[in-house]
Design a binder for this molecule. Structure first.
Ligand SMILES: Cc1cc2nc3c(=O)[nH]c(=O)nc-3n(C[C@H](O)[C@H](O)[C@H](O)COP(=O)(O)O)c2cc1C
Length: 207
């Protein structure tokens, strides 16, 4: 393939400006929500995209609780930092992005060609925890992008009491919360101007 053909193919494969805007350039973190519900079919579609995130040994440690009913929101409320209460209670859905510390139990299904379960299970607890946290962070980031791809808006939230959320939603003790993602259709009236991002030269180098 000539260099010219490769460049033409790359151009064809690029997302158009509208798609890049929807996923990145115009996408924002929302705290105010339009009065428009999010149904279960859309949440299932959302997971079916987010689950395709790459994870270590395809381990997929993320576990999600979609907090949607008024009762479930009330259970979440006591764990929220005061500045996050209103934006979270008014969001049509709040996803609790969590990870299963025993994620390796599912590896015979998820990577059947190798015995990675016994390899993971033998690791010290802090390595397991790091792998689980890394994986759910990765999958949680994909969840945000998947939401945007489906026309939803997202508002990630880290200001909450993890121990309270874990006790309330994951009493078994092996699943730990990582962060929350408020989901719905954002109200642009609640946005402040976008804060700057680090420039390439501040954050990156090419060695
Ligand atoms: C892990 C994480 C935790 C966050 N925690 C909070 C939070 O507790 N409360 C809040 O209002 N926003 C929170 N945010 C939102 C960020 O402040 C926001 O994404 C960032 O300022 C960029 O905004 P923009 O996407 O509109 O440019 C959090 C974002 C992430 C990814």
């Amino acid at each position: 393939m000539s260099a010219r053909t490769a460049i033409a193919l790359d151009d064809e494969m690029r997302l158009d400006h509208g798609s890049l805007d929807q996923l990145f350039v115009a996408a924002r973190t929302y705290s105010k929500w339009l009065d428009r519900p999010v149904d279960e079919a859309l949440l299932r579609e959302l997971y079916d995209l987010a689950k395709l995130a790459p994870t270590s040994a395809n381990s997929q440690p993320m576990r999600l609780v979609f907090v949607r009913s008024a009762e479930a929101k009330e259970r979440l409320k006591p764990a929220l930092a005061p500045q996050n209460v209103e934006k979270t209670l008014t969001a049509p859905v709040t996803a609790i992005v969590a990870h299963d510390l025993e994620f390796y139990e599912r590896l015979p299904k998820l990577m059947p060609q190798a015995d990675v379960k016994s390899w993971f299970a033998a690791l010290p607890a802090e390595h397991i925890e790091r792998a689980a946290f890394q994986g759910s962070s990765m999958q949680g980031a994909y969840l945000i992008l998947a939401a945007r791809a489906l026309g939803l808006d997202a508002g990630p939230i880290g200001g909450f009491d993890r121990a309270k959320v874990d006790a309330e939603f994951f009493p078994g003790g092996t699943v730990r919360s990582n962060f929350l993602v408020n989901l719905g259709y954002g109200d642009p009236a609640g946005l402040f101007p976008r804060n700057p991002r680090l420039d390439f030269d501040e954050a990156c180098r090419i060695d």
